[in-house]
Design a protein around this ligand. Structure first.
Ligand code: SF4
Ligand code: SF4
Length: 285
């Protein structure tokens, strides 16, 4: 089977398994990534990275948008989504690849900002654990872009998805990089933040496989203590917090739905009443 036909076969299998997003990147797209964060440090004979994603259902954010239920997002939108629903889907696709004779190494989205936790086992090998940057990989697999708010955005769901990674020795035709634009630099993520944690006057350009994106300076120390829906990382104290359900990102969702850019459309708007917030209002005047 040629690489294109095999890709279509995998995509069909992924759809049956319930994977919402799938993208492929060759090893070449990771050649400039340092060994400590490079997926091919984990599987040097690997040829392809596959990113598999499932949506964070909009309804999992409802309780936080209303300020009346914070626990169920943590389960359905975060912990169970990563640990159970997505893990099972990823593992089923790993099994599918191995049924076809290709080794497939599944990776959980551990925070890439975690440093090594052990010592190198031999000269020339990075210290364990190598934790790849999943946002980099999702862009490299053509699934979307990083928005001004520093969060990965797809055209299908905006910021509402989570990923697992598979590294395989199967050579698979890579996906084209995403050529569109989801983030229109409206700045509403920053202006909605009551703590002034997103500084749109200070930005940096990031370049992933030639795709250039502008990201605002974000003070994650402020976000770590944010009570507007942000959650501290459950995996590491020093890792960046999960901001998907935070006010900044819920405002981004409202904006992207208004601009009609997202493929996943709803009958009713997400925000039904004035947003609540806790903390200083440095940006709102
Ligand atoms: S709120 Fe606007 S500027 Fe911020 S990430 Fe979303 S689209 Fe981009
Ligand atoms: S997580 Fe909280 S503090 Fe950080 S940018 Fe969003 S709303 Fe602001």
């Amino acid at each position: 089977m040629n690489t294109q036909n095999f890709k279509q076969t995998i995509e069909q299998a992924a759809k049956k398994i319930g994977i919402d997003l799938i993208g492929f990147a060759s090893k070449k797209r990771f050649e400039n990534v340092d060994a400590q964060h490079n997926p091919f440090s984990i599987f040097p004979e690997g040829k392809t990275v596959i990113m598999v994603g499932k949506r964070i259902c909009r309804g999992t954010l409802r309780g936080i948008e209303e300020g009346t239920n914070f626990g169920d997002y943590n389960r359905f939108g975060k912990n169970w989504l990563e640990d159970e629903f997505l893990a099972v889907a990823c593992y089923d696709l790993v099994s599918f690849l191995e049924d076809n004779g290709w080794e497939a190494c599944p990776l959980f989205p551990n925070p890439s900002e975690l440093g090594p936790q052990g010592v190198s086992v031999a000269d020339g090998r990075p210290a364990p654990n190598v934790y790849p940057d999943f946002d980099y990989a999702a862009v490299a697999c053509g699934l979307g872009e990083i928005g001004l708010n520093g969060i990965f955005l797809s055209q299908k769901f905006g910021p509402r998805q989570r990923f697992h990674m598979i590294i395989t020795d199967a050579e698979i035709e890579e996906s084209p990089l995403f050529e569109g634009t989801v983030c229109d630099a409206c700045g509403k993520c920053a202006s909605s933040c009551p703590l002034g944690a997103i500084d749109v006057k200070n930005t940096k350009e990031i370049d992933i496989c030639g795709k250039k994106m502008t990201v605002a300076d974000i003070n994650y120390d402020i976000c770590r203590s944010c009570e507007n829906g942000a959650c501290p990382s459950r995996l590491a104290k020093n890792a960046n917090p999960d901001r998907i359900a935070a006010l900044c990102n819920r405002t981004c969702i409202c904006h992207l739905e208004e601009t009609d850019i997202l493929d996943n459309k709803f009958e009713n708007t997400f925000r039904q009443r004035e947003e609540w917030s806790v903390g200083e209002s440095k940006n709102r005047g």
